[in-house]
Design a protein around this ligand. Structure first.
Ligand SMILES: [Ca+2]
Ligand SMILES: [Ca+2]
Ligand SMILES: [Zn+2]
Length: 251
């Protein structure tokens, strides 16, 4: 009798332990997944073979879900990392399936870079850029590469990756990809295309250390996280974009 009692006690104890271990991870998973969905457009990765660096991918989506409007929050967000050595140089691969001329692509991207430059007294982006027909997105190769290419998700307009040193919080490299699923061009001329200058200005904002803004009350700023065809408002900076920039690089 005593043995049976002990046995049931043991069963009870084991089953309560099982219940406990099942409950704890479930709660943690719930927490993690709610965090993940909130930060989904920002993916942080480790860098294989390099423990000092971390990679952040900003994924620029075309369509916006239901967004909360939060009043009283600033419409800029710093990533907490920035460039130490200026100006930042970059290379452009103008190859594209749209038939856009090399000079249109390079001058448009340069205009986007210099738009940020114009709002800080520092020489932020090098006025001189390189043209490199082999430049491609996504590799840590000491080249800040801006190029077109196919991205797996057709709802993604563009992606920017930045690599930074975890200890010093300095950016060491960035790459930008414009997804060729979309038609690119000058939306002033053809409103059905994705405006290259509009999107390039946003992506280069990541390149200098600005984060996306998803508060719909901030939809006018260049660093707002969603865009669509025909949009050109991101070509120029709004006051919050400039405030964020100047917090990092000075007035
Ligand atoms: Ca410049
Ligand atoms: Ca690169
Ligand atoms: Zn973005």
């Amino acid at each position: 009798m005593r043995k049976i009692y002990m046995f049931f006690l043991a069963v009870l104890l084991v089953s309560s332990l099982i219940t406990a271990t099942r409950i704890i991870p479930a709660n943690e998973n719930a927490k993690a997944s709610s965090k993940a969905s909130e930060n989904f457009p920002l993916v942080i990765e480790s860098v294989p073979g390099n423990l000092e660096l971390e990679r952040v991918n900003f994924i620029h989506y075309a369509k916006s879900k239901e967004l909360r409007s939060i009043n009283g929050l600033s419409c800029y967000k710093l990533l907490g990392v920035k460039w130490n050595i200026l100006p930042v140089s970059y290379i452009v691969n103008p190859t594209n399936p749209e038939g856009l001329s090399d000079s249109f692509v390079t001058s448009t991207i340069s205009a986007s870079a210099e738009t940020w430059d114009d709002s800080t007294s520092k020489e932020l982006f090098n006025n001189a850029y390189g043209i490199d027909y082999s430049a491609a997105y996504g590799s840590l190769d000491n080249k800040n590469a801006i190029s077109f290419g196919a991205y797996s998700n057709s709802n993604v307009i563009a992606v920017t990756s930045i690599w930074f040193n975890k200890k010093t919080k300095r950016i060491v490299e960035y790459d930008i990809l414009f997804n060729t699923f979309f038609d690119w061009g000058d939306a002033d001329i053809n409103p059905s295309v994705m405006d290259l200058q509009n999107i390039a200005t946003h992506e280069l904002g990541h390149g200098v250390g600005l984060n996306d803004i998803y508060n719909s009350a901030c939809s006018a700023v260049t660093m707002y996280g969603y865009s669509s065809e025909g949009e050109t408002k991101g070509r120029t900076l709004e006051a919050p974009d400039i405030t964020g920039l100047q917090k990092m690089y000075g007035i």
